[in-house]
Design a protein around this ligand. Structure first.
Ligand SMILES: Nc1ncnc2c1ncn2[C@@H]1O[C@H](COP(=O)(O)OP(=O)(O)OP(=O)(O)O)[C@@H](O)[C@H]1O
Ligand SMILES: [Mg+2]
Length: 477
């Protein structure tokens, strides 16, 4: 098993080869880069545990690389390799957060000792992170991802209400996981042995819902050729989930209320009342309170349902859960296709984190399903993501009004576009808007500093008339 991954950055080919040979023989996985720019690009695709970099290289130097890598979360450990007489730079490197420095010519034993110490530190950092994650995720519910404190509150409530027969109203925007939570409550309840029964109040026409819910006797109406049991009866000793309950008509609201109060139902055309023992869960993406105010939802039914409410926050308000959710979906799609899961590159994850997700978790799931199909099979990269995710610009935390949202959105002209040109154009505009300060422009584009730096080099974008070309070391500071 590999001891960990190392990126060796040096403009001299022989130096790279020597380091690769020594470190590979010790069991490390080694990759090399001939410049700081190449190192930035490689570590954008893949996270290395440790970076060993030369100080002096054409283009950006080792110090700028340290600056870029130590700004990451979690930071990458860097060891600087300096020539004789570069003690100033070595000191500066330590101040910038380098793990250590080595003076050239390198000594094998000293090199391995220092690298070994770096990996001890890495293991310690990993253990700490793991412990912290375990603490953060005190509450877990199988099949539901959520470490954000608002999801932890959801799980806490879910565990508390599952054991009881209490009615639970689950609210949240479309795609936030309301049905998933309803099913989890049932799974954790004493009724779990019986099948969960769900009815969508929006999908079935009004005339059918009544017979769906309450059943009918033979000949109760035209077409009722046989007697039929309703969902209330089918859910006896189990759970009945009313999805989109806000869509229920006034007539049915009254009938459902009666069933909840009396705990009995009467089939259409029937004469006797049938006792049922049903636990009710309901979900809505509307504000039932507002519907009550408007007179479209019965207040008495609202209070019956509202005993316990679980509110699922929109995904944009718990974006720290996006990486885990994204990895969860990729792993699931890959497992279904019988193939090993694949990582998501940092650029792609950056875009997923900045997007607003109007369709919430369901939309994230659909985007990743599609990306797995489009990807090269080794990793999900930003080019595998749909255009709306790639071109969602300002990372605004506030829920944008629908029209604002539409205005911000990039719309594809019928004749198509040249994506590279569009990308270049946006980058130039962002640089101009921010007075050619890379950090500011990166924010405008929703990119990391390093990614933008790399793109500037790739597209050879330079300030007209200015000397601050992006490939000059000074411009990177
Ligand atoms: N926290 C989560 N962890 C894992 N998967 C999730 C999570 N939240 C939602 N999903 C998945 O996202 C999809 C949408 O979830 P669900 O159907 O429960 O949403 P909903 O709130 O009922 O949406 P709608 O209002 O549109 O009916 C499902 O495939 C579900 O499995
Ligand atoms: Mg639903």
């Amino acid at each position: 098993m590999s001891k960990g991954s190392i990126l060796v950055v040096d403009d001299e080919g022989t130096q790279r080869d020597v380091l690769r040979t020594i470190l590979t023989a010790e069991g490390y996985r080694v990759e090399t880069a001939a410049s700081a720019g190449e190192a930035v690009e490689k570590s954008g695709h893949h996270r290395f545990d440790l970076v060993l970099t030369d100080l002096r290289m054409p283009g950006a130097d080792g110090l700028s690389l340290i600056r870029a890598l130590t700004r990451e979360e979690p930071p990458t450990l860097v060891i600087l390799m300096t020539g004789y007489g570069s003690m100033d730079s070595a000191e500066q490197a330590m101040k910038l957060g380098a793990f250590d420095y080595l003076t050239k010519p390198l000594e094998r034993d000293e090199l391995l000792l220092t690298v070994g110490r770096a990996f001890d530190r890495i293991r310690l950092m990993q253990e700490n992170r793991l412990l912290r994650q375990q603490l953060e995720a005190r509450f877990r519910v199988e099949g539901i991802v959520g470490s954000h404190f608002r999801m932890q509150e959801v799980f806490d409530k879910l565990h508390k209400v599952s054991g009881s027969n209490s009615t639970v109203l689950i609210t949240g925007e479309s795609g936030t996981g309301k049905e998933l939570v309803a099913r989890a409550i049932h799974r954790h309840s004493p009724r779990r042995e019986r099948p969960f029964v769900a009815v969508s109040c929006a999908a079935i026409p009004e005339t059918l819902i009544e017979s769906e819910l309450f059943g009918h006797e033979k000949g109760a109406f035209t077409g009722a050729a046989t007697r039929r049991q309703g969902l209330f009866e089918a859910a006896d000793k189990s759970t009945l989930f009313f999805d989109e309950i806000g869509e229920l008509s006034a007539n049915l609201q009254a009938k459902v209320l009666r069933a909840l109060q009396e705990r009995e139902v009467r089939r259409i055309g029937g004469r006797e009342d049938i006792k049922v023992d049903v636990r009710i869960l309901a979900a809505t993406n509307k504000s039932l309170e507002a519907e009550v105010g408007r007179g479209t939802f019965r207040e008495d039914l609202y209070y019956r349902l509202h005993v316990v409410t679980i509110n699922l926050p929109p995904l944009r308000e718990r974006s720290t859960d996006i990486p885990e959710l994204a990895e969860f979906f990729v792993a699931r799609v890959c497992a279904e296709a019988n193939r090993p899961t694949m990582p998501i590159t940092k650029q792609a994850m950056g875009l997923l984190l900045h997007y607003e997700w109007p369709g919430n978790v369901r939309q994230l799931e659909a985007v990743l399903q599609r990306s797995v199909l489009l990807s090269d099979g080794r990793a999900i990269d930003y080019t595998d993501l749909p255009i709306e995710v790639r071109f969602s610009t300002l990372p605004s935390k506030a829920p944008a009004a629908a029209d604002q949202e539409a205005e911000r959105r990039f719309s594809l002209p019928d004749h198509g576009i040249n994506l590279e040109e569009v990308e270049r154009e946006f980058i130039v505009q962002a640089m101009e808007k921010s007075g050619w300060v890379i950090a500011k422009a990166a924010k405008l584009l929703g990119l990391t500093y390093r990614t933008l730096q790399y793109r500037l080099e790739k597209f050879q974008i330079r300030r007209e008339g200015g000397e601050e070309g992006a490939s000059e070391p000074d411009a990177i500071v």
